[in-house]
Structures are given as C-alpha cells and as structure tokens.
Write a protein that binds this ligand. Sequence first.
Ligand code: G3H
Ligand code: 13P
Ligand code: ZN
Length: 316
Amino acid sequence: MIVTTKKLFEAAYGKYAIGAYNINNLEQTMGLFRGNIESQAPFILQISKGARSYTHKTMLEGLIRSADEIFPEAIFAVHLDHGDEETCYDCIDSGFYSSVMIDASHEEFEENIAITKRVVDYAHAKGVVVEAELGQLGGVEEHIQVDEADAKLTDPDQALEFVERTGCDSLACAIGTSHGAFKFSGTQGLHFNVLEEIQKRLPGFPLVMHGSSSVPQEEVARINQAGGNLQGAKGVDAGQFKRASQLGVTKINIDTDGRLVWTRVHREFFTEKPENFDLRPPGKVFMTEYAKFIAEKNVYLGSAGQLEEVRALLAA
Ligand code: G3H
Ligand code: 13P
Ligand code: ZN
C-alpha cells in the first residue's frame, strides 16, 4: 500500500526513524520488499533522477506496482530523491509518487525558499508532500561537488524561517554526514548539538538525515579481498540512529550500503566461479543478501516490528 511520508512520520516521530532506500532495478526492488516484510517495517522507497533515467521512469513504476501486488502487506511511500523543480513537477503530475524532495540547497537562502515554495504549492494542491533541504552535505550531490571543508551545516534559526515561509512537510538537515562511501577521514561524527537546536525551534517537525550509510568495514574488507579498491571507506555509526530519531529525525536515507552489498556479492561470486556467466545466480544471492541487510538495518532504525501499528494508525 502506497502512503504519504507524512503518515509514516506521524507514527514514527520521536520514537524511531523510517528507512529510505533507493532502488534502480528489479533485484533491489525485490530485496527491499522482502527485507521490510521479513522485519515487519514500514519504509520509504526512493527514486533519484539517475534511477529514473537508468532504464525508464515507467519501468520503475511498473516494478513498484508489481511489488505492491506481490507483497500486499507492505506499507511504503514512493519518494523522489534529490529532485530539481522540473522533475518534481513531472513526478507530481504522474500521480504515482506520494512524496517529492526538492533539493535547492545549493542555491542562496532566498532562492532556495522561492523554488521550494513553488514546488510545495504545486504538490499540496495534488495531495503530494514535500521534503526540502537546507544546508549542504559534504561529498557529491547529483551534479554538485561540495568539498568536505566547505560543507555547510544547517543554521537552526534559518531552519525555522525556511519551514515557516515554504510550508514544506519535512526538512533535510546537514549535520555532518555526506553522500557516498567516504564520509569521514578521522574521528568526525554527527553534530547532535545542531540537531538539538533545530528540534527546539521546530518541535514535532520531521527532520531527514541524508548520507546515512554505515559503510560496514566487514563489507569493505570483503570487497577489497575480492579485487575491489575502497581504501579508507567509512560511514555513520548505526548505533547513533536512535539518538537522532529522539531528536526529530524521522527519515534516514541509505543507498551506498546497498551498493556495497551488490558489489560484494558480484565480486565474490565471479571470483569464486570464474567459469560462470549467467546473471541469475548472483542476482538471486544479491536479493537474499539485500533483504537480510534491510531487515538488520531496520532494527537499528527502530522501524522493525512497527508495521501493524502503522496499519492500525492508517485505519483509524
Ligand atoms: O543521494 C544520492 C543517492 O545516493 C542517489 O544516487 O543519484 O547516483 O542515483 P544517484
Ligand atoms: P548514502 O550515500 O550515505 O547512502 O546516502 C544516500 C542518500 O542520502 C540518498 O539521498
Ligand atoms: Zn541524499
């Protein structure tokens, strides 16, 4: 069942975070649904601009509709990840997405507000909810390169003004994370003090943490052992998700970790079976491993076991 992120956030706020996982293909879609059903978790399925153009945007919609049919128990939102204005309108018009992210965080404050407000007005008129972003993460966001040193954490006072003036439904905040597999070079971590200040100004308002892959060291070691080269890869400690959710983070974005599972499975498979050239055997291993990964991650997020409570809330 497709629902808005708003409904999921109402259930989760202050208690746990909903996992937001990116999909690009059939194997990720199957693994994602299986993992969330196995762990009885509501979830957010996210689609980036890159994912929409990988095969065809209609292909992804077809995959998701089929998965919804195969897993009738599932409760999830369909969300555009890091959209520009034009892509947001396309997703809203499609009638398929329940939520879009307008990411104008690279613009000046006033321009970010203006763009976000236009998208919010358009989306709300059609019952779609909007995530916006203020502040800049380190690493690469779509086509924009932000140096770690220049990454701008979200200003709590600006966050309040931004939410009031745009009417957005949730806010992605920069609190020290970055996209990709190389988040920290030393002992840096999450800036909980910034999150605390934002929550004080926006009590009850859903916050979003991007760049939240954990980059498990065991996964990295196995990839490197099987011929990869991911030296110095490091991610967010999943043990910190609980504290973040108590401070208002209701959506935690995870994509890189899934890519690492894919890379490990395929590297190991073809290293161990060099004579094999059938795509299905490693695909099957990947779906099982990805489902296992999702189920384990949902335990850290606190979303595991929440499915029936969310269903009851939706029915009330
Ligand atoms: O934040 C970006 C997500 O990991 C999606 O990545 O734009 O390469 O699909 P992508
Ligand atoms: P990771 O690169 O840490 O998985 O972050 C994904 C993300 O923020 C998608 O929007
Ligand atoms: Zn992101």
